[in-house]
Write a protein that binds this ligand. Structure first.
Ligand code: GLU
Length: 467
């Protein structure tokens, strides 16, 4: 949208929240600015021998904790303002969920569909090399991860490139979201969507808040619309549907669909794989423009695509009672005000999509401790439960079946521990920001910013000034 400045939007939300804290003005300015902004260009030799210039960024927003952390985006929307805004959001997001990193973000301005796999590999490796040369990557410096347009494949290339040129014993921790075989962690791919589900569930379990919205507590039976069926949108929708919520609408590039009766997610994914788009999916109505489904009747709207999707043009037509911001920055400041004035609950991005970076934190810990979670304790726990169960058998005259034993005597392996850590993180952070929200009579976004500003500010306030 013309004149849209993403970093300014983030800062205006920050300023609003800062008025509820008593930090010095200069300190607040220090907190807001980006510490390092790296803009790089490099040549790519295409498969046909032609040379193309590639433009890319990495922004480290805040060094109050190290390493800095944040994804790398491959998209034509990438620019300096977007990367700065997203890096800043990472700082606040990490603080909200108590993940001990400063915020960062990277982006390469490319349309992925125009490049072959080997061209994408060359772009990714060269980008990594540039980051290394400029000291913008390393397990204790700055740790990239997947974002829009990137996934485990790209992270694998980043690690491999880094490892060629580094003797760091913790090299595996230079990037997260890697394939499991390369030091990645189970549960990272689904983490952001899973966190979105935990967050929305926690909000919906709050009886008082639901009553104020005119809704029953719980996810069961609630209708939802999702925008974007990428990694985040797909997994959020999957877990929502598994918990009994009904997906009634989907918006994607190239079409949006709606069905009051509900849409089967797996069948839709199969259809999209076959046809390349979602329009025309059986049993649904295909709407004219691809964002019109956002305005349809539903309890929960989950924007899981890019920023600036709910804006002053469509905000007054959005009917959802709950907006679950799975994407980063999907709602502009003006749209936020319009939706809030209507009485809807916005669960903000700087909390709701933090599941990705939370599990990235677990992956990084796994890498620097050089051991998978659960390796030491899983069998020990299982054996302890078995001992207790055998005592119960002796005193109760009841024999457990093998099935019961398998179910009751479970130790936590990597997947179980990651999921438990993620759930704990999302629930804990929700309750922290919900308390702040009630205390100050603000909305959840402002509450999340207040929480982040307090946590980051206390560290900046104690930082030594070096000559
Ligand atoms: N790109 C994700 C985000 O926006 C994950 C970042 C990370 O894992 O470092 O939160």
């Amino acid at each position: 949208m013309e004149g849209y400045k993403f970093f300014e939007q983030v800062n205006s939300a920050f300023d609003q929240a800062a008025s509820y804290t008593d930090f010095d003005k200069g300190l607040l300015s220090q907190m807001k600015i980006c510490n390092d902004v790296l803009h790089i260009t490099f040549p790519l030799e295409k498969d046909d021998g032609k040379i193309e210039v590639i433009e890319a960024w990495r922004v480290e927003h805040s060094h109050h904790k190290l390493p800095t952390k944040g994804g790398i985006r491959y998209s034509m929307t990438v620019n300096e303002d977007e990367t700065m805004a997203l890096a800043a959001l990472m700082t606040y997001k990490c603080a909200v969920v108590d993940v001990p990193f400063g915020g960062a973000k990277g982006g390469i301005k490319i349309d992925k569909s125009r490049y072959s796999e080997s061209e994408l590999e060359r772009i990714t490796r060269r980008y990594t090399y540039e980051l290394m040369k400029k000291n913008f990557i390393g397990p204790g410096i700055d740790v990239p991860a997947p974002d829009y347009g990137t996934g485990a494949q790209e992270m694998g290339w980043i690690l491999d490139t880094f490892r060629q040129m580094s003797t760091d014993i913790n090299a595996e921790g230079c990037v997260t979201g890697k394939p499991v075989e390369m030091g990645g962690i189970r549960g990272r791919t689904e983490a952001t969507g899973r966190g979105v589900y935990f967050g929305i569930k926690e909000a919906c379990d709050n009886k008082e808040d639901m009553k104020n919205l005119g809704l029953e507590p719980g996810l069961e039976g609630k209708t939802f619309v999702v925008q974007g069926l990428g990694n985040v949108g797909y997994h959020a929708a999957k877990y929502m549907a598994e918990a009994g919520a009904k997906m009634v609408g989907v918006a994607e590039i190239g079409g949006s669909i709606y069905s009051e009766k509900g849409i089967d997610l797996d069948k839709l994914m199969e259809y999209r794989k076959e046809k390349g788009l979602i329009a025309g999916f059986e049993g649904t109505e295909t709407l004219e423009d691809n964002s019109s489904v956002l305005k349809s009747e539903c309890d929960i709207l989950i924007p899981a695509a890019l920023e600036n999707q709910l804006n002053e043009k469509n905000a007054d037509k959005i009917q959802a009672k709950i907006i679950g911001e799975a994407a980063n920055g999907p709602t502009t400041a003006k749209a936020h005000q319009i939706i809030k004035d209507r009485g809807a609950l916005i669960i903000p991005d700087n909390y709701l999509n933090a599941g990705g970076v939370t599990v990235s934190y677990f992956e990084w810990l796994k890498n620097i401790q050089h051991m998978r979670f659960g390796r030491m304790g899983k069998r020990f726990e299982e054996n302890s439960y078995k001992k207790i169960l055998s005592v119960i058998e002796t005193i109760s005259d009841r024999k457990f079946t093998d099935k019961e034993l398998g179910f009751l005597a479970q130790g936590g392996g990597e997947s179980e521990l990651v999921d438990s850590g993620l759930e704990e993180t999302m629930i804990n952070a929700y309750n922290q920001i919900n308390e702040i929200r009630k205390k100050h009579g603000v909305d959840l976004r402002t509450a999340a910013f207040i929480s982040a500003i307090n946590k980051v500010g206390i560290i900046y306030g104690r930082m030594g000034i070096f000559p």
